[in-house]
Design a protein around this ligand. Structure first.
Ligand SMILES: NC(=O)C1=CN([C@@H]2O[C@H](COP(=O)(O)OP(=O)(O)OC[C@H]3O[C@@H](n4cnc5c(N)ncnc54)[C@H](O)[C@@H]3O)[C@@H](O)[C@H]2O)[C@@H](O)CC1
Ligand SMILES: [K+]
Length: 496
């Protein structure tokens, strides 16, 4: 499934019209009817339904919805927030059709107050993807009326007032459910806008999939994991599955690297090695399967023996570690940089130019802020644009960790992950992900697919653990690793 910006949606819409000769009225008809299908199971015939329509095509969808509901025997009133002369194009076509079905229309704000107050269902067709903030009066008032009402709100396409320019948002409808047209929009996955969506449902209106498929932003789903997760081979041996080296852990912080090792072991690595400073070794409790190396052994030849390397988990930030880090950067082996590795990298990000092999950075927003110089707020307001630009500029795979982790490739592809829950908001979760990710990039179809699978499985394991054995309060990152078995089993027992 794809995820689009408003501009990308507009372009697909234009192509449907210009290149495929799909009339706008037909698309609007499809949208309205599909939206009714998506919400009709929630309605009863005694409902008092109001549809609040705005001046654009989102309002046009609202006219189709109102007409279709009326035709099916529901009590519907349209609250038209602008006069007829402000409604043009396809929306005007459907306004005329709707009028012939005798749908009641209210134009005055004082009347609207009462209708919205007494409604049992509110349909929000005020603004869609064409909205640019801030909101002008009287629309502000309509949004406040809807939000203050008791009835559940069904937003068409997006909650009205939501914008990709987060700083310009003023009033936004707080939807109970949003029925989105064709594909989710990026605002459904941005921290500041996602909560307005409520439950998200997607309906198809017949836009050409060939055009949608060209969008380079994808939501990673079960089908993608099934297609790209490397199968275990009957005649495979430990060499088949790769040898991962995890560099980190220090006297002060010995736990992080152990968690990474567990993540790698439980994800099917052929061999797992851990490299720490010699002094940290007595503090490590590594699983029996894990081999040990000390920093003193680090040479380019040694590093070239591995199929994936991760550096940074509990690594430390001393000058000695910085020198070691710069040595590690020289390897051509796929290199994942996390935690302290990212902090060291931020001291001189131009070092990324030296990288020959694939490079993966796995920052949370604060670490990404350190790398870019942007504030955390700026990053959270526009994560898709900023991560894409960074990954392309520096030629890296960037995994921006969050509720909806965003994975960006050097070629400009972006993937959004939707698994996981608040159980992962704990120290140690990232260390585990680094271990899982190293294994998946060694084995799966591409580095990008491997990273997406790692993030997906990590989140999925925590979802299963919280559903079946723990709560988000008591679960630990170690419990999440143990739940990886159930996550992997899902894909073995139900292959593509
Ligand atoms: N993408 C597609 O192919 C389709 C999209 N459709 C619908 O069309 C919508 C997009 O339609 P539009 O581009 O007409 O945009 P909208 O319906 O979001 O609204 C645009 C209108 O709102 C006004 N407006 C914008 N910002 C405002 C502000 N701050 N205060 C007051 N007025 C403001 C504009 O002047 C314009 O009249 C989608 O969200 C979807 O609901 C459907 O009709 C079916 C086809
Ligand atoms: K809307």
């Amino acid at each position: 499934m794809k995820c689009l910006t408003s501009e990308e949606m507009r372009q697909v819409d234009m192509l449907a019209f210009n290149a495929y000769h799909m009339p706008g009225e037909v698309l609007m008809e499809n949208a309205g009817r599909a939206i009714v299908e998506a919400m009709v199971q929630d309605l009863i015939k005694s409902d008092r339904i109001v549809v609040v329509v705005g001046p654009g095509n989102n309002g046009g969808d609202g006219f189709v919805v109102a007409r279709e509901l009326k035709n099916r025997g529901y009590m519907v009133t349209v609250i038209q927030t602008v006069t007829n002369d402000k409604i043009s194009g396809e929306a005007n076509v459907h306004l005329n059709v709707m009028q012939r079905f005798n749908v009641d229309i209210i134009y005055d704000f004082p009347d609207a107050v009462q209708y919205i107050h007494e409604a049992t269902v509110i349909i929000d067709a005020l603004f869609g993807t064409g909205y640019t903030g801030p909101m002008r009066e009287p629309m502000h008032g309509y949004v406040a009326l809807m939000n203050d009402a008791r009835a559940p709100i069904y937003s068409i396409d997006v909650p009205s007032g939501v914008s990709e320019t987060i700083g310009s948002m003023s009033a936004v409808v707080k939807a109970t459910k949003t029925v989105t047209i064709e594909a989710p929009k990026v605002t459904a996955y941005i921290e500041q806008t996602a909560p307005y969506y409520g439950e998200l449902t997607i309906v198809s209106i017949g836009l050409p999939t060939r055009e949608l498929d060209k969008i380079s932003r994808t939501i990673w789903q079960v089908c993608h994991v099934k297609q790209t997760l490397k199968k275990r081979e009957r005649f495979g041996h430990k060499g088949t599955y790769g040898h991962v080296l995890l560099i980190g852990g220090s006297v002060d912080m010995p736990g992080a690297i152990q968690l990474s090792a567990r993540g790698a072991l439980k994800s099917g690595a052929g061999l797992v090695s851990v490299m720490t400073e010699q002094a940290a070794r007595p503090f490590l409790q590594l699983p029996h399967e894990v081999m040990y190396r000390s920093h003193d052994e680090l040479t380019p030849q040694l590093l070239s023996n591995y199929q994936a390397i991760a550096v940074g988990m509990g690594f430390g930030l001393t000058d000695e570690k910085l020198a070691l880090f710069y040595q590690i950067l020289k390897t051509e082996v796929p290199l994942l940089i996390d935690a302290d590795g990212l902090t060291l990298l931020a001291r001189d990000i131009s070092r990324l130019k030296e990288r020959q092999g694939p490079t993966i950075l796995t920052p949370h927003p604060k670490e990404f802020a350190r790398l870019t110089g942007f504030s955390v707020d700026v990053i959270k307001n526009d994560p898709f644009t900023l991560t894409k630009a960074f990954a392309q500029e520096h030629g890296v795979y960037l995994v921006l960790k969050g509720t909806h982790t965003i994975i960006s490739s050097p070629r400009g592809e972006q993937v959004i992950n939707t698994t996981g829950n608040s159980a992962l908001s704990k120290g140690g979760s990232g260390d585990i992900l680094s271990g899982i990710a190293c294994v998946r990039i060694m084995q799966d179809e591409t580095v990008l697919a491997g990273l997406c699978n790692a993030v997906y499985l990590h989140g999925y394991a925590s979802d299963i653990a919280v559903r079946e054995d723990f709560t988000a309060f008591d679960i630990t990152p170690t419990d999440v690793v143990d739940s990886l078995s159930k996550a992997y089993r899902t894909f073995i027992e139900n292959p593509a």
